[in-house]
Structure formats: structure tokens, C-alpha cells
Write a protein that binds this ligand. Structure first.
Ligand code: IPE
Ligand code: IPE
Ligand code: MG
Length: 242
């Protein structure tokens, strides 16, 4: 069922990636602990995924925890891991019940063992899905970490890689590059997210903190995306010829 209320003729991106930033500031403004911001962020993430798949998006990738975030105070990290322990299966179950395949992007060896087990079990449950719909959660993810890991994989195999082969060695191997990358939380940077894959992604920045980024805000980002001309290095004349 499509609840597509956005403008008719809007080009829906195949793959949207989101940098979910601003949970902490959202909570601070309301005099709430950061953990409440993360909890609200997680709920919003699920709502946005449901909305995106309703609109016809094929892949949603969300940046949930970076390699650099692992240096945050242990209290905050424990709160984030507890969210996974207590809610991940239920929340992701709602998304995956639509035939959406789950993939975790990142070096999970950086996460606690019991959390890794939850993530792996959830992934395995969807391993046989082949609807062409996917959700990717970047946890313990850093693009530089990913690139260096891929380089070392190639060296270990004695392989000289092409661009296509190299892309296969990344955590996102086999997935299309993101068409649209959205960052909430006012910052205008990528913070080590999908640095190889973003070469020709359209970037969209929102001043809203992630827990307040609504379905309508996602519609706005998609409408803006739809107005962009993606030239991939070519001229406008070349584009109109094809
Ligand atoms: C993003 O929100 C979520 C994570 C990085 C885990 P932040 O926690 O970075 O929120 P701000 O940027 O401090 O507001
Ligand atoms: C980026 O947010 C990482 C995630 C949203 C998971 P940060 O809050 O870590 O980014 P910086 O530190 O402001 O660049
Ligand atoms: Mg932040």
C-alpha cells in the first residue's frame, strides 16, 4: 500500500542513507537525559523507515553508531547497547516483516558480544529474503575503517582491484550507492559515513534534531532531491540526448 502524498511525478530515490544526528541536543533542550533522546531517535528511525518503504524506496541505510562514537562515556554507550538489547528485535521485526532484508554495516567486534548476537540473529532471520528491499544499520561503522579493511582484504588475497571489485569488498558490497544522504542536527559534514559510496550522492542537511525529523520532513528532502540534476560528470546536453 502506498501512502504517497508527495507531489506526483516526484522521483523517489532508490537508496536513502541517513545520518541520524541531534538526539543528545534534542534531549538537553527538554532537560531530559541523553538516553531519552536516543530512545526517541530509535522510534523515529523506525517510523521513517516505514514511511520510506511506503513511498517505494528500496534501501534505507542509517548511521546509528560510529567508530568514533565508541569513545563516548561508557554510561551513554551502555544506554545505547541497552536499547538494542531491549528493543532491536521488536522494532526491526516490524520493518523486516515487510520482506526487508537486514544488514549490519560496521566492525561488530567493537561491540559487546551479547549485542552482536542479537544483531547477527536478526540478520540471519532475513538472510533468505529476496524482495530487493533492504535496511542497513551502521553500527561500529567508520568509512576509513571500512576502506582500510577492504584494502587489507585485497592484499591478503593478492588481488589488484578495480573500482567495482573494491566496492564489493566494502560492508556495503552488492548494494547500490546511496542516491540521497540526509543529515539531521544542523551539522554540515559527513562524519566518516560512506566516504567511498557517496561519490555521486545528493546531500541534504536539515536543521531539525533527529527525534523531530518527521515523515513530512523526509518528503521535503525527497522533493528537493527530485529537483536536482544528477550529471555524473556529463553536460546537460548529453543528459537530454539519452
Ligand atoms: C546521534 O545523536 C546519535 C549517535 C551519535 C549515537 P548525538 O548523540 O550525536 O546527538 P547530539 O549531536 O549530541 O545532539
Ligand atoms: C555522526 O554523529 C554519527 C552518527 C550519527 C551515528 P556525531 O554526533 O558523532 O558527529 P560529529 O561528532 O558531530 O561529527
Ligand atoms: Mg552528534
Amino acid at each position: 500500500m502506498r501512502k504517497n502524498k508527495i507531489v506526483r511525478g516526484t522521483q523517489i530515490p532508490k537508496h536513502i542513507a541517513m545520518i541520524m544526528d541531534g538526539n543528545g541536543r534534542w534531549a538537553k533542550k527538554r532537560l531530559l537525559p541523553r538516553s531519552v533522546g536516543h530512545r526517541n531517535g530509535m522510534e523515529r528511525m523506525i517510523g521513517l523507515m516505514e514511511h520510506a518503504f511506503d513511498l517505494g524506496v528500496d534501501y534505507m541505510t542509517v548511521y546509528a553508531l560510529s567508530t568514533e562514537n565508541l569513545k563516548r562515556p561508557q554510561d551513554e554507550l551502555n544506554g545505547l547497547f541497552n536499547l538494542i538489547r531491549n528493543h532491536f528485535k521488536e522494532y526491526m521485526g516490524r520493518i523486516c516483516a515487510r520482506g526487508v532484508k537486514l544488514r549490519i554495516l560496521g566492525d561488530v567486534s567493537l561491540l559487546p558480544d551479547d549485542v552482536v548476537q542479537i544483531l547477527r540473529e536478526s540478520e540471519e532471520e532475513t538472510a533468505h529474503y529476496d524482495t530487493g528491499k533492504g535496511v542497513n544499520i551502521a553500527l561500529g561503522y567508520g568509512a576509513r575503517h571500512e576502506i582500510v579493511y577492504a584494502v587489507n582484504q585485497a592484499i591478503e588475497r593478492g588481488e589488484k582491484v578495480t573500482q567495482e571489485r573494491f566496492a564489493e569488498l566494502l560492508y556495503t558490497g552488492g548494494l547500490p550507492d546511496p542516491d540521497l544522504i540526509i543529515r539531521t542536527g544542523k551539522e554540515v559534514r559527513l562524519s566518516n559515513f560512506l566516504l567511498y559510496q557517496c561519490a555521486y550522492s545528493e546531500l541534504y542537511f536539515s536543521e531539525k534534531m533527529f527525534p523531530e525529523f518527521s515523515d513530512k520532513d523526509l518528503d521535503r528532502a525527497i522533493v528537493e532531491y527530485s529537483k536536482r540534476t544528477r550529471r555524473f560528470g556529463k553536460t546537460d546536453e548529453q543528459l537530454t540526448k539519452n
